[in-house]
Design a protein around this ligand. Structure first.
Ligand SMILES: Cc1ncc(COP(=O)(O)O)c(C=O)c1O
Length: 454
């Protein structure tokens, strides 16, 4: 049997305690050396003690009765959970024999974090890589990708010009030897999040409120993270799923395609792997609110403490969020008000990455604002968090709304050569359950085919 690089299967990412005992301590020690390939086994939502890495937001911050539980993505290797879909896509390709080290050159279309993840795992797994991304993302992102040794291919525009990166990727993919880890199109992204993130979310609420999930809110880039909702609905059929979009780029809500500042989301399309059947609501969040909301968490210590949030909690929250994480929290607050969720009910959302790649975004806010003192931060905090409103929420549960989203997907993907019959199959939940079920095959194959001498 041919061999593949040494790394975890889906079950081991969900339950690192299933990693062979002889390896477990070495894997934990590898955290101090990011270039140690054993870090592939640290692709998990769990902390070293086995608990899910999550924070429960203080109600003084959110101003709502329901509990908001945030899954923390910044402690994944490479600094965001996007390394999970990158690894899953690569390892499935290795199992299938379509991606071979030394032979294939990896392409990673991205707005940053997926590209950082691709560059990182390619470094560990000894593949050459090129990350294709817009040329106006935060400078911290490009630095990381270079640090991991990948090439950069930049396309013009901002976050909402990801379609250009897709077109470039499809062009480069025609060259023999190039293989794209196409996060917007390929199902390993769906499988990773449905299984690893989905079950981690279900576990994260145990012991909080009624220990169930009433709402899962996530702003889609690739819409991989949203797949967690499919598993959450299996466990809690009453759970609702809200997809959050920038107000300035409301593609799923109404076809809007403007520029915006929330890096990683709002990519001007309905991605191929987005199971719109399970998207119950779309809520729009202003990009300026998300950036200012982050500024408050970074620099509003005395303001937040005045509202009764413990100093240690304020300190702990400073590094947990990037701009999209704050957008997710604001969406969670908005939806909690709209659904009138009470103190027993739980909302799960995600902080995809942490503050380490947003210094430049806050610097830019500081520059374009005349003065930001505590009284300004206090006003922003009240307006953005406490007085969050329930405007700009769209109920997408009706057949009519689903047909509109199916149509959006067709407009976005038929032009890339996908068959109408394939897109039609996605209109049934069976398609998504069958895709998910392939995970068992990959679990077994990864375990049997990996070589241990790397
Ligand atoms: C910072 C950030 N937030 C959110 C997302 C969206 O996650 P997903 O692609 O799983 O929808 C991404 C994706 O790259 C991201 O980088």
């Amino acid at each position: 049997m041919k061999q593949i690089p040494f790394g975890p299967n889906y079950d081991e990412m969900l339950h690192p305690e299933k990693i062979p005992k002889s390896l477990r301590q070495k894997v934990l020690n590898a955290k101090s050396d990011e270039f140690n390939p054993l870090n592939l086994f640290n692709i998990t939502w769990r902390k070293p003690d086995g608990d899910i890495n999550r924070v429960v937001l203080p109600k003084a911050l959110t101003g709502i009765e329901a509990n908001i539980i945030v899954l923390v993505g910044k402690d994944f290797p490479s600094g965001s959970h996007k390394v999970g879909p990158a690894y899953s896509t690569l390892i499935e390709g290795a199992v299938d024999g379509t991606i071979i080290p030394g032979k294939h050159h990896i392409l990673g279309p991205s707005t940053g974090n997926f590209g950082i993840g691709v560059a990182y795992i390619c470094h560990l797994m000894k593949y050459d890589a090129t990350v294709i991304m817009p040329d106006t993302m935060s400078k911290e992102r490009y630095a990381r990708i270079k640090h991991y040794g990948a090439n950069l291919e930049l396309t013009p525009g901002t976050e909402s010009d990801v379609i250009l990166t897709l077109e470039k990727t499809h062009e480069l993919n025609k060259k023999a030897g190039n293989v794209a880890l196409a996060q917007f199109e390929l199902m390993p992204n769906y499988r990773f999040h449905r299984h690893v993130t989905g079950y981690s979310a279900i576990e994260a609420v145990q012991g909080i409120g009624n220990s169930r999930i009433a709402l899962f809110a996530s702003a889609p880039g690739s819409a991989g993270t949203l797949a967690a909702g499919d598993q959450i609905k299996q466990a809690f059929p009453e759970a609702k799923i809200a997809a959050l979009e920038p107000y300035e780029c409301s593609t799923l809500a109404d076809g809007g395609r403007g520029q915006h500042r929330i890096e990683g989301i709002g990519d001007k399309m309905c991605t191929l792997i987005h199971n719109v059947l399970n998207t119950d609501f779309i809520a729009l969040i202003s990009d300026e609110d998300a950036v200012k909301g982050l500024k408050i968490l970074r620099d509003g210590k005395s303001v937040l403490e005045n509202y009764g949030i413990k100093p240690s909690t304020v300190d702990a929250l400073r590094d947990v969020f990037g701009v999209s994480g704050v957008c997710n929290v604001l969406g969670a607050i908005k939806m909690a008000k709209y659904l009138r969720l009470g103190p027993e009910e739980n909302i799960v959302t995600v902080a995809t990455d942490g503050f380490d790649r947003y210094d430049s975004v806050i610097e830019s806010l500081d520059k374009r604002t005349l003065e930001i003192n505590d009284s300004v931060l206090n006003r922003w905090y009240q307006d953005i968090y406490l007085k969050a409103d329930t405007f700009n929420i769209l109920d997408t549960r009706s057949d009519k709304a689903k047909q509109r989203l199916f149509k959006q997907k067709e407009d976005d993907w038929l032009k890339f050569g996908y068959e109408k019959s394939y897109l039609d199959a996605m209109k049934s939940m069976k398609f998504w359950d069958d895709e998910y079920a392939k995970l068992h095959h990959y679990n077994e194959m990864i375990q049997n085919m990996r070589k241990e001498d790397d």
